[in-house]
Design a protein around this ligand. Structure first.
Ligand code: IPD
Ligand code: CA
Ligand code: CA
Length: 270
């Protein structure tokens, strides 16, 4: 892709992220409906769908030949048919959106033939925009993000959501995470995978681990962490897909191997 078109793509992705975030903040202050998806802990609101539709309209108004893979599936086309694919989560952290009115984000990534070009994660309640362009670095509100501090595992603040997952228990991952908790400085859980990955890029967290995420949860965060100098793979150490579910580990590069060793004490955790 040419530099000029990459710059335009970046500007539009950032515009979409800001616009979506502002819309979700405005809607949060009005009554909205909440529905259960698969269970009482798997929520979707009318705002998730409205914001996704808003982002899709913005993307297609400028790039009518691009495809979109969005969590709420409001894009009419088949995402697998497009060379350039926008991978979007209109509200990542819907439970926080409903309960806390903070700690949720918009996640927007642009992939071309499977290569991540632009990633944007916007936290509207703090007005923080984390973004990256492939080969051009990562930024928080235009401040460059660079993971230069060498962090040892014992000094790390880790973030994971695998404790309370039934599958994690069956695979023994909950035990591994328990063990890990004794090796690191502290464990956190914010409830928005996209934001948690952006925080790894910003050095607010040193690592993030999840057993199973959708492509729209990690699509943008992965580009931002990599461009900040961090490492992102599946828990088995394989490259992340751009359009499929995967386990995820994203961290300061200094302790990647050590963390990976702990996560691979389980039999199958790809
Ligand atoms: C969820 C959040 C959460 C992660 C879940 C995701 P949603 O996304 O990212 O942190 O643990 O796996 O499904 O449903 O709020 O968009
Ligand atoms: Ca999500
Ligand atoms: Ca979502």
């Amino acid at each position: 892709m040419q530099t000029s078109s990459l710059a335009a793509l970046k500007e539009h992705a950032l515009h979409c992220a800001r616009s979506a975030g502002k819309l979700s903040l405005a809607r949060m202050r009005e009554p909205f409906t909440v529905e259960y998806k698969t269970s009482a802990s798997d929520l979707v609101t009318a705002v998730d769908k409205e914001v996704e539709k808003h982002v899709i309209d913005l993307i297609l108004a400028k790039y009518p030949d691009h495809g979109i893979l969005g969590e709420e599936r409001t894009f009419a086309g088949d995402p697998s048919q497009f060379d350039t694919l926008w991978v979007i989560d209109p509200i990542d952290g819907t439970t926080n959106f409903v309960h806390q009115q903070i700690n949720f984000s918009v996640s927007i990534a642009v992939y071309h033939k499977g290569e991540g070009l632009v990633g944007a994660v916007y936290d509207p309640s703090r007005d923080e925009l984390f973004y990256a362009v492939r080969g051009e670095g990562a930024f928080l509100n235009d401040r460059p993000l660079r993971l230069e501090r060498h962090v040892r595992l014992e000094e790390a603040l880790l973030c994971t959501s695998v404790f309370w997952n039934e599958r994690a228990e069956q695979m023994g991952i909950d035990q591994i995470v328990k063990k890990l908790a004794g090796k690191v400085r502290g464990m956190r859980l914010l409830g928005s995978a996209a934001l948690e990955m952006a925080y790894v890029a910003a050095g607010r967290l040193d690592g993030y681990v999840s057993l199973s995420l959708n492509a729209w949860d990690f699509g943008a965060g992965r580009i931002i962490v990599e461009e900040a100098g961090g490492r992102v793979t599946s828990m088995a150490g394989t490259p992340l897909p751009f359009d499929q579910k995967s386990s995820v580990m994203a961290c300061n590069p200094a302790f990647y191997e050590e963390l990976q060793h702990y996560l691979n004490l389980s039999e199958s955790n790809g």
